[in-house]
Design a protein around this ligand. Structure first.
Ligand code: HEM
Length: 500
């Protein structure tokens, strides 16, 4: 008692505060020194590991895969100053997309994704929150729900009919560019189903067609160089003209979609009761205009290129492997009988077709790294710490070729491997993940697969396909060095011969 009264009254609380602060600092130091980050290759100042990923002649997916063979299925790379955790095995992908999904399911901020998603009003780039959940539900019920899928399939059937007619009119020696043909087919279908009218394909805003605007949007969504050098962002993006390009892209996207919304609002009062609401009508009735535009951006940029690129790779893989083409055509032609076209019920009988599409998606997923995720709270993966704010890149390209999972000739195109391996999409298994998984997995995978199967079955039913030189086995399968879509380095040009 006496001792306490000997000191001024502030001394005791101050000592206690000092003591607690020291313990806190010590605990923090101890904690940070005990943090075990994943291994990674040595990095250079400022650019980090960019030179190892973009510096060699191989494609970037192969470069990252090669690094993972040395540093392991979970590694740390720095793109500029930004740390990325790179995942390259089924086991580690299961940890990210299933075990720790809730801690890994937000998307990182970028200037482009914020602007082009109308301030994160969308379902693909929005952070993980209630708004994202609501938008995803609307997408699932109004674009991917049973009623809309029925009309999607009718439109697809009609468009395939148009493609078949135009192919049949060509002479048998005419070469067809399948990259263009598939993109145009998917764009027509998605435009009609999402916007209610396929003539939007021909309309322009500021001199740009919708597809040009969507293309540019996909490019800008990859972000700017400065995303990896945030300290210099304002100088780099200003000097390189990137800010101006983003402004133009946003103005075109916003302007075009506003035109679509205005058309729908104008027609609202003249619609008769037997005319069904299209996707835009449904969105307008329950969302703000920015939310509607953001969701339309997701549908247009998320479904068109991805589906068309998949069709190009499936067709390339089939043509490159005459044995597979023959076996597949036998299956299709015997399932359909003598009918003029393949219908949906026939597809259910075609087990080999399903294996072929899976095998192509395994070797050629159109998106080589899943859309970047960001860790929201500390977790441990493969014995390493992953810290909040770190970005996560999952290599679907590498995982599909991993010899630990795909033991039999992993780089060979061998659809029969699926006779013994059960693989399902939608986050049920992670041996191959072309559609990602977990909460942020692709909601459109069923629609995409059925579109690809139906289109390919019809084209193989009605035509035999060969390369202009007639040597199908020699088809070049090189990839572009582009990011994020994995495309063929050269367009797929083939000659269709009508099958009688
Ligand atoms: C072959 C075609 C397609 C492929 C390969 C594909 C692939 C992907 C991938 C890899 C992701 C990221 C998943 C993740 O982070 O785990 C994704 C997300 C997404 N996809 Fe697809 N996709 C395709 C078709 C479609 C279609 C037809 C739609 C229809 C609207 C669609 C809408 C979306 C949306 C909205 C997201 C964001 C999901 C979220 O963040 O919650 N995709 N897709």
């Amino acid at each position: 008692m006496e001792i306490i009264s000997f000191f001024p009254s502030w001394v005791l609380p101050a000592t206690l505060l000092l003591f607690l602060t020291s313990i806190f600092i010590y605990a923090l130091r101890w904690r940070s020194s005990s943090i075990k980050l994943p291994p990674g290759p040595p990095r250079l100042p400022v650019i980090g590991n960019l030179y190892q990923v973009f510096g060699s002649k191989d494609n970037i997916y192969q470069n990252v895969w090669n690094l993972s063979q040395t540093y392991g299925p979970i590694m740390l790379l720095h793109f500029g100053t930004q740390p990325f955790i790179v995942i390259s095995s089924t086991e580690m992908a299961t940890q990210v997309l299933k075990t720790h999904d809730q801690k890994m399911c937000t998307r990182p901020y970028s200037k482009a994704s914020k602007r082009l998603s109308f301030n994160y009003m969308d379902a693909a780039f929005a952070p993980y929150n209630d708004h994202w959940r609501d938008m995803r539900k609307i997408l699932a019920s109004e674009f991917l729900g049973a009623k809309r899928i029925r009309s999607y399939k009718n439109v697809l059937e009609h468009q395939i009919e148009c493609v078949v007619r135009s192919l049949s009119l060509n002479s048998s020696s005419t070469t067809v560019n399948l990259d263009e043909m598939f993109l145009s087919l998917v764009n027509d279908v998605v435009c009609k189903v999402a916007l209610g009218d396929h003539t939007y394909r021909e309309k322009t805003f500021n001199g740009r067609t919708l597809m040009e605007i969507v293309d540019e949007t996909s490019v800008m969504l990859q972000g700017s160089f400065s995303d990896n050098f945030p300290t210099f962002a304002w100088i780099l993006d200003g000097l390189t003209g990137w800010n101006r390009r983003l402004d133009k892209c946003f103005n075109d996207l916003d302007g075009f979609l506003q035109m679509v919304l205005d058309d729908h609002l104008d027609q609202k009062d003249t619609k008769t009761s037997d005319q069904e609401n299209d996707f835009v009508d449904e969105c307008i009735s329950r969302l703000t205009s920015d939310e509607t535009k953001a969701l339309l951006m997701n549908v247009l940029s998320g479904s068109t290129e991805t589906t068309a690129i998949t069709m190009v790779w499936v067709m390339s893989d089939i043509v490159k492997n005459p044995r597979v083409m023959q076996k597949l055509q036998n299956e299709i032609r015997s399932s359909v009988g003598g009918k003029p076209r393949v219908d949906e019920a026939d597809i259910n009988k075609m087990t080999y077709l399903k294996m072929v599409v899976k095998e192509s998606l395994r070797l050629h997923p159109p998106i080589g790294f899943l859309m970047t995720r960001e860790c929201v709270s500390h977790c441990e993966i493969g014995g390493y710490d992953v810290l909040p704010g770190m970005k996560i890149l999952v290599s679907s390209w590498g995982i599909g070729r991993d010899s630990r999972t795909w033991k039999e000739d992993p780089t060979e195109f061998l659809p029969e491997r699926f006779e013994n391996i059960q693989v399902e999409f939608g986050g049920k298994s992670f041996e191959m993940i072309p559609f990602g998984g977990g909460r942020r997995g692709c909601p459109g995978y069923n629609l995409a697969i059925s579109t690809v199967e139906f289109t390919i079955a019809n084209l193989l039913y009605l035509f035999d396909w060969e390369t202009p030189a007639g040597k199908n086995e020699d088809l070049d399968m090189k990839l572009t060095r582009e990011f994020p879509f994995i495309r063929r380095a050269t367009p797929l040009c083939l000659v269709p011969n009508k099958y009688n």
